[in-house]
Structures are given as structure tokens and as C-alpha cells.
Design a protein around this ligand. Structure first.
Ligand SMILES: Nc1ncnc2c1ncn2[C@@H]1O[C@H](COP(=O)(O)OP(=O)(O)OP(=O)(O)O)[C@@H](O)[C@H]1O
Ligand SMILES: [Mg+2]
Length: 179
């Protein structure tokens, strides 16, 4: 849910390219994800307000709940939120949590979420990297679209392949992780 919410921020910032990474690393007790975009970024003033944990109570102008809520979740779970943004260039957000933290929300169906994010934004080129301990997989939609040579990614065949590919590759990472 957080991944979709944070990616939606990037979409709203008119990003053309979005990179999403999800790191599940029980071996190092880490669960993390990051979203990097080339959207219009944030001014220093906005960045300060968004990263300030008290921003929502201290300011009069409306600041959304997405980032403060995620920050709270990270900190409650022994992790942190890192946010970098540069006006006109883009934004990078990284959220981390302890893998085994009892307060960590269930990861849910990440494969379906990533698939939906890609499908719902045909004008944006996504890169998705997933790792489970030492097993990893990367999906670069730029390469996929090149191979498709003009066939849109939302045709039923491509769409079905994409959905299955993400699910299967993530599954492989979980079972084939180097021991
Ligand atoms: N990737 C981004 N690029 C540019 N601006 C961003 C980005 N992410 C967040 N922002 C700015 O920070 C503000 C706060 O983001 P946040 O997700 O916390 O709330 P929101 O998106 O406004 O509302 P909500 O997520 O609750 O619907 C956004 O309104 C936007 O101005
Ligand atoms: Mg938001």
C-alpha cells in the first residue's frame, strides 16, 4: 500500500522514469523499498516540511499524509525514511524497517502491486528491482518495450506475461537465494 502511495506521488510529479526497488533480507533483518523518479521534485521549503516529523501539526498549509505516515511506520519498526529531492530533477525516497519487527505491516502481494502500477501508467517507463537475501531480479520496461518493438505493453498477451513474469521471478528469488 505504501509503495503504491509513494509511486503515485512520483506519477503526480510528472515523472517519465520511475525506479522501484524492494529488498527483503531476513538474513540481515531488513525490509526496505525505494522509489526514484525524474519528476519535478520538491523545493527545499517543501522538502523540509515533508520530512519534518511535526510538519503536519505545525503548518497551516495542507501537507498530505503519505510520507509522514510511512515515516512513522518505518520508525515504529526500527528503521527510517530517507528523502532526497531536487527541484526540476527528481526525488528519491527510501524506507527501511526491521524484517522481524512485530509492528511491520504485512508486505502483501507486492508482485500484483508492481504489475498494477506499471499497467496503470503506460506513459511512464518503470524499472523494478527485487531481492530476497542474495537472490535478485530486475525488470527494465525500457528493454521489454524495445523487444516488443511497438506492441503496447497493455495488450492482453503482454499484460498476462508481465504479471506472471513478475510473480514468478520474485518467487525464484525466494527459493533460489544463495545459501
Ligand atoms: N516524488 C515527488 N515529487 C515531487 N513532489 C512530491 C513527491 N512526493 C511528495 N511530494 C510532495 O510532497 C507532498 C506530500 O506528499 P505526501 O505523499 O505525504 O502527501 P500527498 O501526496 O499530498 O497526499 P496523500 O499521499 O495523503 O494523498 C505532496 O503533496 C507533494 O507536493
Ligand atoms: Mg502521497
Amino acid at each position: 500500500m505504501h509503495i503504491m502511495d509513494i509511486t503515485q506521488n512520483s506519477v503526480r510529479a510528472q515523472a517519465k522514469n520511475i525506479e522501484i526497488t524492494v529488498t527483503e533480507n531476513p538474513a540481515e533483518n531488513l525490509f526496505a523499498f525505494s522509489v526514484k523518479d525524474d519528476g519535478f521534485g520538491m523545493s527545499e521549503e517543501l522538502l523540509k516540511r515533508v520530512t519534518d516529523p511535526f510538519a503536519t501539526t505545525r503548518t497551516t498549509r495542507k501537507v498530505g499524509l503519505g510520507i509522514p505516515f510511512l515515516r512513522q511506520t518505518c520508525e515504529m519498526c526500527g528503521g527510517k525514511l530517507v528523502l532526497q529531492s531536487s527541484e526540476g530533477k527528481g526525488t528519491y525516497l527510501q524506507a527501511s524497517m526491521e524484517y522481524d519487527n512485530i509492528d511491520r505491516p504485512p508486505a502483501g502481494d507486492i508482485a500484483s502491486s508492481i504489475f498494477l502500477i506499471i499497467q496503470m501508467n503506460p506513459g511512464i517507463i518503470f524499472k523494478y528491482s527485487y531481492s530476497y537475501n542474495s537472490g535478485s531480479f530486475e525488470l527494465d520496461m525500457r528493454e521489454v518495450l524495445e523487444v516488443l518493438g511497438g506492441v503496447p505493453a497493455d495488450t492482453p498477451e503482454v499484460s498476462a506475461w508481465l504479471k506472471e513474469n513478475i510473480r514468478e521471478e520474485m518467487e525464484n528469488c525466494r527459493t533460489m537465494e544463495g545459501k
